[in-house]
Each structure stands twice: as structure tokens, then as C-alpha cells.
Write a protein that binds this ligand. Sequence first.
Ligand SMILES: Nc1ncnc2c1ncn2[C@@H]1O[C@H](COP(=O)(O)OP(=O)(O)OP(=O)(O)O)[C@@H](O)[C@H]1O
Length: 257
Amino acid sequence: MVLEIRNVSKNFGGIHALKDVSFKIQEGEIYGLIGPNGAGKTTMFNLITNIFEPTSGQILFHDTNITGLKSHKITEQGICRTYQNIRLFSQMSALKNVMVGGHCRSSSGVFSSVFRTKKQKSEERGLTQKAEELLDLVGLLEHKDTLAENLAYGQQRRLEIARALASNPKLLLLDEPAAGMNENETDSLYDLIKLIQSKGVTVLIIEHDMPLVMKLCDRITVLNFGEKLAEGTPYEIQNNESVIEAYLGREEDVEIA
Ligand SMILES: Nc1ncnc2c1ncn2[C@@H]1O[C@H](COP(=O)(O)OP(=O)(O)OP(=O)(O)O)[C@@H](O)[C@H]1O
């Protein structure tokens, strides 16, 4: 098991953002986390990466309890994420943005960063090469010197993914990666996530684009008002009465079938 969410709850004052939620993600899966606005999806990501600690429950990564572990330790263990709102360094090139993502895994200490030792220089070369490979993977190598702010929206979202991959995650958390994308961009995002899966990375994705979710995911958990409403394959989810009601009940313009 890559990730196990065990009876996790999170309260913010009087708000029960998550109530006793459990699910397990197997190695190599693309796992979807869906639900209406405010259902608790991003809160779940924030608990997995320990931006907040759960009020109760446990989070296990490869059978080890990581609940409450510092965020950078969680990254070191192999969990990386992207954010709902793009968080790039807008004035840095695409290449530098990816290299920043790789720095948390570099081993040089304080002295080498002051004096730029041989070790650091060779590490820097390694990081550049790795960043170029990742830009190639996400289809942005030709834009490596472009400032992040000058990239098209879909390209910025792909750059975020490359940056998250720079720390060699075993589990990649994607928070609404298709938000704001046009159909072509969404199609190539699908190909990219499949490619990432084929490289052995397990993916947990929050997404509102239902056709994409249903095509992409191996299994899905549906959250509603902080509770787990259903879990299953895309086919099972699309045919689940409570899921259909939860979406239609809020009169959202979401087609799940
Ligand atoms: N830091 C916080 N402080 C107080 N309340 C919060 C905080 N973060 C989330 N919440 C509340 O928790 C609930 C779940 O929010 P969350 O952002 O996890 O939902 P979501 O499913 O990701 O929604 P969306 O699809 O709109 O992004 C909401 O009621 C939200 O207002």
C-alpha cells in the first residue's frame, strides 16, 4: 500500500472539514478524489502534506505513520504536490523553477553553498540535466529559458508538475490540474499523467473535470460535506445513486455519467 488514510477527521473551529475518512491507494494507481465544492478535498491534501495536522486519525505512507511529520520530511519520504492556484516563481525561467523543486533533495551542506565547492558544482550540473529531462517529459524543453509568467496557462500547470517531479516523488498529489485548461490542454494533460504513471509514480488527483477523472482514474473516492460518500471504479461511481444525488442535489452543472 502506498498511502493509507485511516479514520481521518479535521475540524476548523466548528467546521467539520473531514469526518472519519478512510481509503487506501495501491502502488501504481491513479486515484481520484472528487466531490462538490467544500467537500474537504484540498483539506485532505493539506493533511497528507502536513500543512495541518488531523484532529484525529492516521496517515500511513508505505505502512509508516507519517501523521504530524514535518512537511519537508514528507517531501523527502517521496510525497509531492501541486496547488489549486499556480505557485510558480513568475520571474524565474522554466528551468530554474524545476531546479528549485530538486534542491530539497540535493545533499550539499552550508559550506558548499557558500564556497561553491566542486561537489556543489557537479550537483548543480546534475540538477540542470535532471530539470531538462523533466521539462522534456512535460513537453516544455523548448521553453526552458522562458520566464514562467510568459508561459501559457496550460504550460504553467505542466511546469508545476515538472517542478513537483523534481524531488522524485513516489506519490504525486495533483490539485485540480485541469482547472482553466481548454480541451486540447486537457487531452495532453491526460497523456502526461498516464506517462507519469508509466514511470512508476502513484498519483492522487483532485479534479472537477468529470470526463477526465472517469477516463484517467483506476479508483475514486467521493467526498461530500467532509464524509466519504462512495469509493469504487469510475463505472461504479458513475452508477452510484448517492453520488448522483450529491451532485444533482446541489444543482451543479456536473455530469458524472
Ligand atoms: N484553513 C481553514 N480554516 C477554516 N476552514 C477551512 C480551512 N480550510 C478549509 N476550510 C473549510 O473546510 C471545508 C472544506 O474545504 P476544502 O477546501 O477542503 O474543500 P474542497 O473540497 O477542496 O473544495 P473546492 O472543490 O471548492 O476546492 C470548507 O468548509 C472550508 O471552508
